[in-house]
Design a protein around this ligand. Structure first.
Ligand code: COA
Length: 545
């Protein structure tokens, strides 16, 4: 394969400015991650620090450290949706009160779902439940067993209408747990806190359960409910402690004295679950010994323009993500606003579709053709989104953009091979659909801190919506100030809602990642697929189960 020629001058003035701006974006990302992890410098950090101190005071380990104690030493943990809930409900739920991600135990990848008891007692508000559902869907699609580190007050009761009754609410998590167990994906639980009511079903539905004495409890109704309902006064451990459930009720299978013991035992249980390893390859996905990109990933920071109106060539991004910077570009002379071709990431072959701006009719047809090639050859697809959407205007309509765009959208929807999406720039309008946005079920979707996602850019929205609003006023007198006010309100709304932190908070993606980590993240995602059966029919979509 040919190497992509380098067209970047790392000594240029703009390169240095872009790099400085991007480094500032990465610092913001790190600071916000810190808030989710332990409060950082956030104004709300004080309350969180007190919760953490109380948690430690009870001899309990923090959720991320728990995961660290289970996974293989020195192995990576791919944390998902770290900033779920960011900026919502007055920032009361850092990380949405739950940690999800993929870690390796004895060489086998597992989905971890760990409650953070230092955030509202580990109870789940809407973004928390969505995060758990998303983790379970990822587990199902990628054939991962689930490890639940349970330390949760269950539904966040003040918002019970938004977490309890609907399809993908609490009931949906139990449904998924039961279905995954039946599908041969092991469901293992360690009980590390009070599991009340609905919370009791996480361990009860698990294939194997470990309880830690003194901290782990399971009851359908906690002591206050029992007192109210039956007038019985009972201590928590007498009602649902580890000894009761392991020796008397049989709800739990193992009882241990400490968390350290629990994680040692959990690792032993994992050994008997017969799941495929992270480095198993089923042969359907072509693999070659990997080599690093020729051009350094750090240069991506200088390539992406701080001024989002200035475009960049996606080939220069690709060359910093793929093995040896090698890329077999398909149809390079036609439909040049879309760049497609074959490459390898950590040895796994992948078909890449990336934008160089607006999508025209021939770009849409070229992408459709390439998707078909990847389906025919069983090559997974990676979409690198950076588009303002499909071309509008009379010429474009005459050229059939509506139908040609729809062909691309349909090809993405009906694609057999695994799909992965990274928002490396703009994700606007129907371009989001054609480039495999969330609605098209990519196996994973990550965003870069510079990305933006909305029906249209804030500049365009300001003009379009102001015109619509003024048109609706039907000639009523409007002062310059009023018009300026309308414009600024619309712009403000679009800028806020197209921000990647707004998106990740609502779990429209699986997390914001740095360009510097993207190759490793994608490598892990592709490894998960490589150990599975070859794709034969449509995606295994959870709601069809
Ligand atoms: N809904 C709303 N808030 C909850 C909650 C829930 N289900 N569970 C805990 N919280 C909140 C508490 O109000 C408290 O909030 P604050 O920090 O603003 O004061 C915080 O979480 C910590 O709770 P606390 O009871 O002080 O912690 P704890 O570690 O001593 O006990 C639990 C944790 C989960 C055992 C206990 O809070 C509990 O039993 N919660 C209710 C469980 C329940 O009945 N759930 C029903 C699910 S359907």
């Amino acid at each position: 394969m040919r190497q992509i020629p380098n067209t970047i001058d790392p000594n240029g003035e703009r390169f240095a400015e872009n790099t400085a701006a991007y480094r500032a974006d990465l610092a913001t990302l790190a600071e916000r991650m810190r808030f989710a992890i332990d409060g950082g410098n956030h104004p709300k950090a004080g309350g969180r620090a007190r919760s953490i101190e109380r948690h430690h005071g009870r001899g309990k380990v923090m959720a991320r450290d728990r995961i660290d104690m289970v996974i293989d030493e020195g192995s990576p943990f791919l944390e998902l949706s770290t900033l779920a809930g960011f900026g919502q409900v007055d920032d009361e739920f850092p990380g949405a009160g739950i940690i999800t991600g993929i870690g390796v135990v004895h060489g086998v990848p597992w989905m971890f779902i760990a409650n953070d008891a230092t955030v509202k007692g580990g109870s789940l508000f809407p973004a928390g439940i969505k995060k758990q559902v998303r983790a379970q869907d990822i587990a199902l699609e990628n054939d991962l067993g689930c490890i639940y580190l349970v330390d949760s007050g269950g539904a966040f009761l003040p918002m019970q209408d938004e977490v309890f009754p609907d399809k993908d609410h609490f009931g949906g998590t139990f449904y998924r747990q039961a279905r995954m167990s039946a599908a041969g994906l092991p469901q293992l639980s360690v009980v590390l806190g009070g599991c009340t009511a609905g919370g009791a079903y996480v361990p009860a539905l698990s294939d194997e359960v470990i309880m830690v004495e003194g901290i782990g409890r399971i009851f359908l109704g906690g002591p206050p409910i029992v007192k109210a309902a039956l007038g019985e006064v009972v201590e928590p451990d007498d009602l649902g402690g580890a000894a009761l459930h392991t020796r008397e009720s049989g709800v739990s299978d193992y009882m241990v004295q400490t968390e350290t013991e629990a994680y040692g035992l959990l690792r032993e249980l994992c050994e008997n679950t017969n799941q495929s390893r992270i480095d198993d390859r089923n042969g359907w996905l072509s693999w070659k010994e990997p080599n690093a990109p020729e051009h350094p990933a750090e240069e991506i920071l200088g390539i992406i323009n701080a001024d989002t109106r200035i475009p960049f060539d996606s080939r220069q991004i690709i060359s910093r993500l793929v093995d040896g910077s090698e890329f077999a570009e398909f149809k390079p002379e036609w439909g040049t606003s879309i760049v497609v071709g074959f490459a390898r990431i950590w040895g796994h072959q992948v078909g890449i579709i990336s934008n160089n701006g607006i999508i025209f009719s021939e770009d849409a047809l070229k992408a459709t053709h390439f998707i078909e090639l990847c389906n025919q050859r069983s090559v997974p697809l990676l979409f690198l989104q950076n588009t303002t959407g499909y071309m509008v205007g009379r010429d474009s309509e005459i050229g059939g953009i509506a139908k040609n765009g729809a062909k691309m959208v349909a090809a993405v929807a009906n694609c057999r091979v695994p799909k992965y999406t990274v928002l490396i720039g703009g994700s606007y309008g129907a371009g989001n659909y054609g480039m495999c946005g969330r609605g098209f079920n990519p196996r994973f979707l990550f965003s870069w801190p510079n990305s933006r996602i909305a029906t249209m850019a804030a500049d365009t929205a300001e003009t379009v919506l102001t015109d619509i609003r003024l048109g609706g006023m039907k000639g009523a007198e409007t002062t310059e100030e009023e018009i300026a006010e309308i414009r600024s309100t619309i712009r403000g709304q679009y800028e806020e809602q197209s921000d990647p932190y707004y998106a990740t908070s609502r779990i429209w993606d699986d997390g914001i990642i740095s360009p510097l980590d993207t190759r490793d993240v994608l490598g892990m995602c592709l490894s998960l697929a490589s150990r599975q059966e070859p794709p034969v029919s449509g995606d295994r979509i959870v709601y069809r189960m």
